[in-house]
Design a protein around this ligand. Structure first.
Ligand SMILES: *[C@@H]1O[C@H](CO)[C@@H](O)[C@H](O)[C@H]1NC(C)=O
Ligand SMILES: *[C@@H]1O[C@H](CO)[C@@H](O)[C@H](O)[C@H]1NC(C)=O
Ligand SMILES: *[C@@H]1O[C@H](CO)[C@@H](O)[C@H](O)[C@H]1NC(C)=O
Ligand SMILES: *[C@@H]1O[C@H](CO)[C@@H](O)[C@H](O)[C@H]1NC(C)=O
Length: 489
């Protein structure tokens, strides 16, 4: 190697222009051959086996996709990625269904190639990082990495001290207050995102020793993801990379009032395999660009869109993605999640997703909608848990910094924003909320002032709910003590 390097250098010094020209030609040839080779794989079947018309049609379509990849600008390509995803999902279902089982071996192989080619050209992030590079079947590899019939929780917890602390609170509460036995995967992006001593600390908060770690960078190449510290973008990739088939993705600051296990029992989840929560009903008619873009890209709304007040009445915020529940064993949900992840890749989020809407939150339903997957939201838009209005207790308002969500029987299930009364202002100000309200009207506060809900019945939390939150705060305080002692040593 050093010898040839020296020879190359000598060459370069003698006639630099010739060498540069040579390199350019080699690169051009390589790119040309690679594209032709990709087409050729698909073309062979087209010419040799004309008998199977539906298969030929698929191969022709896959070749077209390969020849005309989706390119930036991405703003007006969401629908197109959705259309291709629908086909990908159909082909996968056909390959694994009765029609696919009747294909001859080589036909199956060709169909498999068409599927993989389509998947990797549509979702380049599927190409694995260096140690696993070279696989010709990254889509199938990913699906095969899921543990059959498994259920579990994924919590992205890299980045800031606060994130790790909240993840600790959440784990302690799930295990010690609810006795929840679902396995937990803590997701992060590389060692610097969540160093070893922090991983060890998180492990110690799970008294049942049923927590494991998921470094998303070992599954996906960061070249297209560009996950940064504290980024929301990791969530979709964590959901996709998780070994759990039935996966609950949680923000670390989620607070539960019932065990998350009930999520899997909600009718909406059982029927659809995708269950989402709503944001607050706010800012009607104030984000015209956003709505125009949605209408332009969704084109043919599913029945699920019909129930959306964001779609039908121009409210601004649809989804609170603090809790997302997906069944990746359903092909169309799995492919929908690929669309969601695509929206969270660096190039797409930087140009569109995080510019037109806020963070990852709207990418979830939009991906499922565009990929033609079924999904369902909780029935109500965001509720609130909190306290009476400061200074005017007679107002019958409920005020706080959080959004609350209910189960299908309208019983409180979870809320966002941690057990602290105001996580932005007082890092030690734990307080159990007393009241809650649903379907009222929001009076939005600023960053430092509470938002309130008014106009509907103000309800008290039940004794059981208050006791759950008290015990969760006690568990959180124990976690805080461990973290404090770690800092001292
Ligand atoms: C989907 O694939 C079929 C072949 O299976 C093809 O006929 C159709 O044109 C494709 N649709 C789109 C939108 O690409
Ligand atoms: C926790 O479980 C892992 C394997 O699941 C095992 O290797 C480890 O020793 C266990 N730790 C404790 C403290 O039980
Ligand atoms: C949506 O609702 C409207 C009015 O209720 C109805 O006419 C329309 O058919 C519905 N569309 C879908 C896709 O369900
Ligand atoms: C709860 O979620 C809403 C909507 O995403 C957000 O505006 C609010 O800041 C969150 N609350 C906290 C305390 O994080």
């Amino acid at each position: 190697m050093p010898g040839s390097l020296a020879r190359f250098r000598a060459c370069f010094e003698r006639s630099p222009r010739t060498v540069v020209l040579f390199v350019v030609i080699v690169i051009a040839l390589y790119v040309g051959i690679r594209d032709i080779a990709g087409d050729a794989i698909i073309e062979t079947l087209d010419s040799h086996y004309p008998a199977n018309e539906p298969l030929r049609d698929i191969l022709r379509t896959a070749r077209n996709y390969h020849r005309h990849p989706v390119e930036p600008p991405y703003k007006d390509k969401f629908w197109e990625v959705g259309q291709r995803s629908r086909n990908l999902s159909r082909w996968l279902a056909e390959l694994n269904g009765p029609w696919g089982s009747q294909l001859r071996g080589f036909e199956k192989e060709r169909l498999g190639t068409a599927i993989e080619t389509t998947a990797t050209s549509l979702f380049p992030f599927l190409s694995p990082p260096p140690p696993k590079q070279g696989s010709k079947t990254p889509l199938r590899d990913l699906q095969r990495s899921f543990t059959k019939d498994s259920r579990g929780i994924v919590i992205p917890a890299g980045g800031s001290d606060l994130q790790i602390r909240f993840a600790g609170h959440l784990i302690a509460s799930l295990r010690e207050v609810f006795g929840c036995s679902l396995p937990i995967q803590i997701a992060y992006a590389g060692d610097s995102d969540l160093p070893k001593e922090r991983r060890d600390a998180l492990l110690s908060f799970d008294k049942t020793n049923n927590t494991e770690f998921l470094d998303v960078w070992t599954v996906f190449d960061d070249a297209t993801l560009r996950l940064r510290r504290k980024g929301w973008a990791i969530k979709a990739f964590a959901a996709l990379a998780s070994r759990f088939e039935h996966v609950i993705v949680l923000d670390a600051d989620a607070v539960f009032l019932q065990s998350p296990e009930v999520l899997f029992q909600q009718r909406a989840y059982v029927e659809n395999g995708a269950y989402l929560f709503h944001d607050r009903l706010l800012w009607q008619h104030s984000f015209e660009d956003r709505h125009e873009w949605w209408k332009d890209q969704i084109k043919e709304p599913s029945p699920a869109m019909n129930k959306s007040l964001v779609w039908t009445e121009d409210y601004a915020e649809e989804c609170d993605s603090g809790v997302v529940v997906l069944d990746k064993s359903r092909t169309e949900i799995f492919v929908g999640l690929l669309h969601i992840a695509w929206q969270n890749t660096w190039a797409v989020r930087d140009e569109v997703s995080y510019k037109i809407t806020y963070g990852d939150k709207e990418t979830w339903w939009l991906g499922l909608e565009l990929a033609g997957s079924k999904y369902e939201f909780e029935e109500h838009y965001g509720s609130i848990v909190g306290w009476e209005k400061e200074g005017s207790p007679d107002d019958k308002a409920v005020c706080s910094f959080v959004i609350a969500h209910t189960d299908e029987k309208d019983k409180l299930l979870w809320y966002n924003g941690s057990l602290l009364k105001n996580k932005l202002v007082d890092p030690n100000g734990y307080e159990v909320p007393l009241y809650w309200m649903m379907d009222g009207k929001w009076e939005k506060g600023g960053k430092k002032d509470m938002s309130c809900m008014v106009g509907e019945t103000r309800r008290r939390l039940t004794g059981e709910e208050i006791s759950i939150l008290q015990h969760s705060i006690e568990a959180a305080l124990r976690v805080d003590e461990v973290i404090a002692s770690m800092k001292e040593s």
